[in-house]
Design a protein around this ligand. Structure first.
Ligand code: PMP
Length: 403
């Protein structure tokens, strides 16, 4: 195993076992330095000033856009809109594209396993337009079957929005098949890449995705910056999302024309420092490489699953195959509420997530109130997983069930 941990100052300053990487990852020093360096070396309001410092800020912001474009295989930098996060990216898509594209009687197709961020924007749109929100459902192994794709995506479908990787079960959805079906039916597809981009190589051009959303903070970049990729031909038809400074070309008392793409969608002072941090995160992720990340994901999940199976009293959700989990193991301990599981583990400095994971319809579908979720990333160690498993093996005893 490579020693990447030394690059992460948080592992020096704390002794906790961090297994909540699906919620947010940790940041390497190079990312922290990039954000700080932006303010030390180049702080001025970007895109506005005609002086050197502002131009340096602009240069850094725009070079981050180029980096983000090539990172996900987009053909052009102006297909990248910077947002705050995946949630804002999807809301932008639902307003700016969806409001004009969806009419009464149309259908919007998502899946039952979507994060609320990829559900509520479409609920809002469907309600306002009197359109129907249709849910694709997975089989027992967590996979959306081909028949479900064929049945649910039809001539009435105008938009399909689907997570490439589920934040609850870590499963990869068959987005290639979904995109193919949607395009044959004349629908536009948005892929929620919040959980995929940190773990697998994405190429939006090869996928032929129309829109693709992700958050920097889940892939070692700063919080507060996200990306919405939109194919140029689609972006050209979209109305602005937020109104104000920076997104205009010319303004009179009564009217305004808008800035060229993608600035039309980036109203107000932009988050250039964190975009520069995202740029550094992409470099770091590329340096580690997806081959290594995927190998570590499988090793760590395998260790967790094997350990849990030996314990009994534990239900693991999703596939039996550790390589299909993208670092995530969602489980329940018989008789102990997931919140209590998390609190007991916290006593030993182990950080996992418990609750509905912002996916309440999936919990209802799975007929569970909530679950516990341990999510690993390549920098977690075998020793940390041992510590987690050791503590987990004592949870029922601590909760009063005997061992
Ligand atoms: N979609 C998925 C699949 C996610 O896992 C998350 C974050 N948990 C989001 C969307 C929302 O991301 P953010 O909070 O960064 O907007």
């Amino acid at each position: 195993m490579q020693d990447y941990r030394k690059d992460f100052p948080i592992f020096i300053s704390t002794d906790c076992v961090y297994l909540d990487n699906a919620a947010t990852s940790q940041r390497p020093q190079s990312v922290i330095d990039a954000v700080s360096d932006f303010y030390v070396q180049s702080n001025a309001n970007p895109l506005r000033g005609l002086y050197d410092l502002s131009m340096k800020a602009t240069e850094r912001y725009e070079s981050a856009r180029k980096k983000a474009a090539s990172f996900i295989g987009a053909g052009r930098a102006d297909e990248i809109i910077f947002t705050r996060n995946t949630t804002e990216s999807i809301n932008l898509a639902a307003y700016s594209y969806g409001d004009d594209a969806v009419k009464e009687g149309d259908e919007i197709v998502i899946s039952i396993m979507e994060h609320h961020s990829n559900l509520l924007p479409w609920q809002r749109l469907a309600k306002e337009k009197k359109a129907r929100l249709v849910f694709m459902e997975p089989d027992e192994s967590g996979v959306i079957p081909e028949k479900e794709i064929e049945d649910k995506i039809c001539e009435k479908t105008k938009i399909v929005a689907i997570a490439q990787v589920s934040n609850v079960m870590g499963i990869r959805n068959p987005v290639e098949k979904i995109i193919d079906r949607a395009h044959r039916m004349g629908a536009v597809v948005l892929i929620d890449g919040a959980q995929s981009v940190p773990h697998m190589k994405v190429n939006v051009t090869e996928l032929d995705a129309d829109m693709f959303a992700f958050s920097s903070h889940k892939m070692m970049g700063p919080m507060g910056i996200g990306v919405l990729y939109v194919k140029k031909s689609i972006m050209e038809k979209m109305k602005p999302f937020l109104m104000g400074g920076e997104m205009i070309e010319y303004v009179t008392r009564e009217d305004a024309t808008f800035a060229e793409l993608p600035h039309k969608f980036e109203a107000g002072t932009v988050n250039a420092a964190d975009a520069y941090g995202l740029d550094a995160a992409i470099d770091y992720l590329n340096m580690v490489g997806y081959d290594y990340i995927e190998k570590r994901d499988t090793e760590l999940v395998n260790q967790m699953m094997e350990g849990m199976k030996k314990m009994g009293h534990i239900t693991i959700y999703g596939s039996d195959d550790p390589s299909k989990h993208n670092g995530i193991v969602t489980f329940n301990v018989e008789g102990v509420h997931p919140h209590d599981v998390s609190s007991i583990l916290n006593e030993d400095g182990i950080c996992i997530r418990a609750g509905h994971h912002c996916a309440q319809p999936l919990m209802q579908f799975m007929k569970v109130g909530s679950t516990a979720r341990a999510s690993a990333y390549f920098y977690n160690t075998k020793e940390e997983i041992d510590r987690f498993l050791d503590c987990l093996s004592r949870v029922r005893e601590v909760a009063g069930y005997g061992s």
